[in-house]
Design a protein. Structure first.
Length: 364
């Protein structure tokens, strides 16, 4: 039997007001901290984060993130880190700010802290950065040796952030088990280049069952800025369970189709999690899952306010050529779609998108 690998961040802290404990948790990691966040997130939380770090005796520099995780931005942030002679970088905000901090940290010996202020993706716990062009088209994944030393997520912050981003996190996490399961069934390797573990498979599955058990209530609570136990459960599913589950469990069609969808400008308004949801439904169609099963998953997506049709992610009436562009990109040689237990061609992907869209329309 081949090697199995499971990897994870060193620490994970979740709860109400834990943002004010950042200093206490980060203090063992270094002395000088660069906090990377966009203008909005700095306005919202910059002072609290600075106060917490300074109270723990750390030197702090707040640096504005310019919005895209591109090679140019990564190099700029790495230079800022070097200029401050920093030994810790905090990526604060959504997936792109965190990915940029992660990639910039690779140019240093220092520590990485993920501080998501939205539960919109499973980026915070991972060792992966997703690189885009300045115009927002997917370029590639970078997989690094190191994980964040600390992931800290404040559930009161998450509950008061836009509900749409929270829904997106559910969409991202909804894919995790289906992809890990597909990769496991086909004997594919994870991003660590080895077989998955039973541990990671169970974590991925727990992400799914947690969403099904708590997703609707959690979304309703977040719509009212409330933190309930369902919100705690779904934040954990979106962030920790999905993060460990996708990395150590394996990716497959859903994220490859997401990557294909980013090729079309019209989908750029849709969030990562929204596009992944369409990718998940297409994956289920691609795998030949029974009608009732796909309808059930689509029904859940619909109930939590995620898209189930192409029109809802900006593709009102996509041409065959547009779908072919998506399908070709999804089937690129290095794509995780080839982790499916069945061989997949661009024609299969295009038609699965059409089939998934038709099922989604039944819900209208
Ligand atoms: N590295 C990984 O393992 C991994 C996994 C999944 C997704 N990703 C990447 O993550 C990115 C998507 O991340 P995203 O969906 O978070 O979007 P994003 O990072 O593009 O944007 C997040 C937005 O939310 C805003 N925001 C953050 N906190 C807020 C708050 N509390 N209140 C109000 N607004 C707030 C920010 O200003 C920003 O505009 C993609 O690039 C995707 O490829 C990476
Ligand atoms: Zn994702």
């Amino acid at each position: 039997m081949t090697t199995q690998i499971f990897r994870s961040p060193a620490g994970y802290v979740q709860g109400r007001n834990v943002i004010d404990d950042l200093g206490t948790h980060a203090e063992p990691l270094g002395e000088t901290v660069v906090v990377l966040a966009d203008e909005l997130v700095l306005d919202l939380f910059g002072d609290r984060v600075r106060d917490s770090l300074e109270a723990a005796g750390l030197e702090v520099a707040l640096e504005e993130f310019r919005g895209e995780c591109s090679e140019r931005e990564i190099e700029r942030v790495a230079d800022v880190h070097a200029d401050h002679d920093a030994d810790v970088i905090v990526g604060m905000g959504g997936g792109k700010a965190i990915d940029t901090a992660r990639a910039a940290r690779e140019h240093t010996d220092g520590a990485l802290v993920s501080l998501p202020t939205v539960a919109s993706t499973d980026a915070p716990t991972s060792s992966v950065a997703v690189i885009y062009t300045e115009a927002g088209e997917f370029v590639e994944f970078h997989v690094y040796e190191r994980h964040p030393e600390l992931v800290l997520i404040d559930t009161e912050v998450i509950a008061s952030a836009p509900t749409r981003l929270f829904r997106g996190g559910i969409g991202d996490a909804l894919a995790t088990w289906f992809e890990a399961d597909a990769a496991y069934r086909s004997g594919a390797t994870t991003i660590f280049g080895t077989r998955s573990t039973r541990t990671a498979q169970e974590i991925a599955k727990l992400a799914y069952t947690t969403l099904r058990d708590h997703g609707r209530s959690a979304v309703e609570a977040v719509e009212r800025d409330a933190v309930t136990e369902s919100v705690e459960a779904v934040v954990e599913a979106n962030t920790l369970l999905s993060g460990l589950g996708f990395e150590s469990g394996g990716l497959a069609a859903a994220h490859a189709i997401h990557n294909g969808l980013t090729q079309l400008e019209a989908t750029h308004e849709a969030t990562h999690g929204e596009k992944v949801t369409i990718g998940t439904l297409a994956q289920l169609v691609l795998e030949g899952r029974e009608d009732a099963f796909v309808e059930d998953v689509a029904g859940f997506a619909n109930a939590v306010g995620l898209p189930t049709t192409l029109a809802e992610i900006g593709l009102e009436d996509p041409s065959t050529e547009d779908l072919a562009v998506v399908a070709e990109a999804a089937c690129a040689e290095e794509e995780t779609i080839h982790n499916e237990p069945v061989p997949v061609t661009p024609d299969d992907v295009r038609d699965s998108l059409v089939g998934a869209d038709a099922i989604g329309r039944r819900l209208e």
